[in-house]
Design a protein around this ligand. Structure first.
Ligand code: ADP
Length: 159
């Protein structure tokens, strides 16, 4: 049976870490929806539409993957699109507390939806969207961290 999964996050912007996880996980699921959070506790550099366009252009080579903007709760979005699995990435021990708290809350709210937490590849485990934005803001070279489209978008934001 083909299982549908969502991969929710801010993706502000999408990085090689996110893309690697999506490339590795998409063959396992029948369909993988990248869910771009429209509201977030973190103040975003890119609008949801910009984040979505960047994700689409960086993922066009991956079969079975689509990108949507998500409003409201992740579990509501999962149910709306008919997904059984919420996919998340774990870079380091520092991610664990937040990820396990969120997985437990989601399990309480929607017991039939499973969160699967996947380890990041070591070579990408230090990449975060926040770090990428900081490097770009000060004119650093981000080409080893994000695809060219994202690097150009960061340059345009910097002005
Ligand atoms: P959020 O704001 O919800 O944490 P992010 O866009 O930062 O969303 O990340 C979305 C998901 O991708 C999270 O599960 C996060 O742990 C994971 N992630 C972030 N950076 C990487 C990376 N470098 N490699 C793999 N997964 C990552």
């Amino acid at each position: 049976m083909k299982v549908k999964a969502i991969y929710p996050g801010s993706f502000d912007p999408i990085t090689y870490g996110h893309i690697d996880l999506i490339e590795r996980m998409s063959p396992i699921f029948g369909e993988l929806v990248v869910a771009i959070a429209s509201s977030s506790a973190k103040s975003a550099l890119f609008s949801p539409e910009e984040r979505s366009e960047l994700a689409k252009s960086c993922l066009s080579h991956v079969p079975g993957v689509s990108v949507q903007i998500q409003e409201g709760l992740t579990i509501d979005f999962a149910q709306k699109v008919g997904a059984r699995v919420i996919l998340r990435g774990l870079r380091a021990v520092s991610d664990f507390e937040y990820e396990s708290a969120m997985a437990n809350v989601n399990k309480k709210l929607a017991p039939h939806i499973e969160t699967m937490i996947v380890l990041t590849r070591p070579e990408y485990s230090y990449i975060s969207s926040r770090m990428v934005k900081e490097v770009a803001q000060f004119g650093g070279d981000v080409q080893s961290l994000v695809p060219a489209d994202v690097a150009s978008a960061l340059k345009r934001k910097k002005g």
